[in-house]
Design a protein around this ligand. Structure first.
Ligand code: CUA
Length: 397
């Protein structure tokens, strides 16, 4: 079998040999041309709706997980580099497309001109230019980015007040143990409360598989690995409520392993907007005092819930500090969230459901329906019992 390579100049010669007046092939009549045209039509007609769909995602409002509205020093650094790369790449794209379009027009082959354009192979000047420019761009990105990486990995001065919290990822929720300051000894779950403008160091680890802590508006992610502890230091700059999400595939309910970061003002109450709702934030110290208080005994009509809570073995995993017979939960890798003030949380089941008695009853009566693979077993309580327990737990503000 022999191949004949049809070079461009041979093709040109062949076309040139075509007799004058011979019918020019009509592309629109050719099967391949027809297919190309209909494909173009489909792309054009799908393009408009797709464009509208894309534009529908545009908003001036900061979204709960918008990395472009940073609320911490780390978030500002991340956001800066995101913008730097975006604008730099957009400028490079614009320049390349402009030069390309200019070359298309300027160097278009003229009729009757068979001369080859000037060949640039081995042109030292050009080789130097198109090696130097990308090198400069990479240096311009890398140097400030390395500075940013070191800034984000900084440790706070231990002589300054620092809020230190041990953060443990568990399938599928987050446990927080406060280690310093007024909150030292506080043990809570899923909603991390911090003071604004204060240095914070989180010490990340995991009790089972690898998780990753990520509150997009706070900046980067940090892996939570079993058997290791990684620090993450930052200062939250804006009071508010910010959603987070486990960012490492960690099992069947990975997508349901949410978290919330609540940044409190240092003085006075503050009303903040959370997903279109007005929420009042007390000071960080007020929150700490409320959380440190033991749980109040339930009023008479909620006593049944407490009784069922104890009978159905809930205290073997869940701690309620201050109520007799409910503070036996061993602090182990398998123990569940501390429920001493569960009624004060915004969400339950790691931010999967809004915290209200109906959702709590739903969650308790059949955990696997809310969170597949949940360590809390199904069938511990009847739906009727679940309502009573939920009413009692909701009262634990
Ligand atoms: Cu934890 Cu994904």
């Amino acid at each position: 079998m022999s191949y004949r390579l049809l070079t461009l100049s041979a093709l040109r010669n062949r076309l040139a040999r075509q007799p004058r007046g011979a019918q020019q092939p009509n592309l629109a009549q050719h099967p391949a041309g027809k297919a190309a045209l209909s494909l173009l039509k489909v792309v054009a007609s799908a393009g408009l709706p797709l464009l509208l769909l894309w534009l529908a995602g545009c908003s001036n409002e900061p979204a709960p997980r918008d990395t472009h509205s940073p609320v911490s020093d780390n978030g500002e650094i991340s956001s800066f580099f995101y913008s730097l790369l975006l604008y730099l790449d957009a400028a490079i794209l614009a320049i390349v497309v402009a030069v390309w379009a200019y070359a298309l027009v300027k160097f278009k082959k003229q009729a009757g001109d068979d001369t080859l354009p000037e060949q640039s192979h081995g042109n030292m000047k050009l080789e130097v230019i198109w090696t130097a420019i990308p090198t400069l761009i990479v240096v311009a990105i890398t140097v400030p980015m390395l500075v940013g990486v070191f800034q984000m990995s900084k440790r706070h001065d231990p002589n300054q007040p620092v809020v230190e919290v041990d953060v443990t990822g568990k399938q599928w929720w987050w446990e927080f143990d406060y280690k310093s300051g007024s909150a030292a000894g506080l043990h809570t779950a899923n909603e991390l409360h911090l003071p604004v403008g204060t240095a914070v160091t989180l010490h990340m680890t995991s009790a089972d598989v690898i998780h990753a802590w990520w509150v997009p508006r706070l900046g980067g992610k940090r892996d939570a690995n079993p058997g290791r502890t990684y620090p993450m230091s930052f200062t939250a700059k804006t009071p508010g409520i910010y959603d987070g999400q486990c960012a490492e595939l960690c099992g069947s309910s990975h997508a349901l392993m949410g978290t919330k970061l609540i940044v409190h003002p240092l003085a006075g109450e503050l009303e903040v907007d959370y997903k279109g709702q007005k929420v009042k934030l007390e000071t960080y110290e007020t929150w700490v005092r409320e959380q440190q208080a033991p749980a109040k005994p339930p009023v008479a009509e909620l006593e049944k819930g407490l009784k069922l809570f104890k009978e159905r073995t809930c205290p073997s995993c869940h701690l309620i500090q201050g109520l007799e017979g409910t503070d036996i939960a061993a602090r182990s890798a398998t123990s569940g969230p501390n429920l001493t003030h569960v009624g004060s949380r915004m969400g339950i089941a790691a931010n999967t459901l809004l915290n209200n008695p109906e959702n709590l009853a739903k969650w308790i009566s059949k955990p696997s329906a809310v969170k597949p693979g949940s360590k809390m077993p199904d069938g511990l309580v009847t739906p009727e019992d679940a309502k009573a327990i939920a009413a009692f737990l909701s009262s634990l503000k």
